[in-house]
Design a protein around this ligand. Structure first.
Ligand SMILES: [Zn+2]
Ligand SMILES: [Zn+2]
Length: 276
């Protein structure tokens, strides 16, 4: 892969990208309090957008409006060109809300929660085939929760639950992944795996991202030092990927291969060191 990219070629390619999310003049008020005023931005195919803002800037509210869980007080939001209210292809979108603890009695296993990511919002009772179970195993492997499959979700620690929700969002290989503080509460090793995976998905698998995070190290490291644009108290860091889509693997775990080898290599060195 060449590091010198012809600007003209890139521009031509980029002109063909579709809008994935369009937010037009959106305002939101809650109990007479203005949370957000006249926010506009768009996310194009193959963008990775990091959204930063102080508490109360409305980051979570904005994500909830994008996935149709809140209605803007005014303005319009479109997903893949379709107004959110009419949008139906929810299987194209993975959404991981901010972490919230589950009731220990919640009657679903980890495996079931991950599988439920395949159903979309309508087909709740769709029959599962072997391919579905393969996808679930792959997503669980990628998030390191294979051993937890038969546990009830409520029995898990907060960090483990978060890994389950990440696996659930990834299982469909969504075109758009919307993440609200995805790595809060999870261990450093899983955080590294997760960021490694989503960067790979962004660069090689045509996946688009909108992520709220306060992890400035990750944001700056991947998306750049300065926000590309701001709207009120919201700041947007943007990286567009125009890499050649040369990766033919379709599972999730493959994206961790290099990282896992590196980690295991590191452990081996430590183990050898200890035995001496
Ligand atoms: Zn492009
Ligand atoms: Zn790949």
């Amino acid at each position: 892969m060449s590091t010198i990219t012809s600007a003209a070629a890139t521009d031509d390619g980029c002109r063909n990208h579709n809008d994935v999310i369009t937010v037009e003049h959106v305002s939101f008020a809650y109990q007479h309090k203005q949370v957000m005023e006249n926010v506009s931005f768009s996310v194009k195919e193959r963008d990775f957008i990091g959204l930063i803002g102080t508490n109360g800037a409305g980051k979570t509210t904005l994500l909830r409006m994008i996935v149709g869980l809140h209605k803007p007080s005014s303005g319009q939001i479109r997903l893949f060109g379709e107004p959110v209210g009419k949008f139906k292809e929810w299987e194209r979108i993975g959404y991981v809300p901010q972490r919230n603890a589950f009731n220990p009695q919640f009657p679903a296993t980890v495996h079931e929660v991950v599988l439920s990511g395949l159903y979309g919002r309508k087909k709740l009772f769709k029959r599962l085939n072997r391919g579905d179970h393969t996808k679930a195993s792959d997503a669980m492997d990628a998030m390191g929760i294979t051993d937890l499959g038969e546990k009830r979700i409520g029995q898990l620690s907060g960090g483990q639950q978060q890994r389950v929700f990440l696996a659930r969002a990834l299982i469909n290989s969504p075109s758009l992944l919307i993440l609200d503080e995805p790595t809060v509460g999870i261990d450093a090793e899983t955080q590294e795996s997760f960021f490694h995976m989503i960067k790979h998905m962004h660069q090689h698998h045509n996946m688009t991202f909108l992520m709220v995070s306060h992890d400035m190290e990750m944001i700056r490291g991947y998306l750049g030092e300065e926000p590309a644009s701001s709207a009120g108290k919201l700041h947007f860091y943007i990286k567009h990927s125009h890499e050649t889509q040369d990766c033919v693997e379709s599972n999730l775990a493959h994206s961790l291969k290099g990282l896992r080898e590196r980690m295991e290599g590191g452990r081996e060195v430590i183990a050898i060191g200890n035995s001496n």
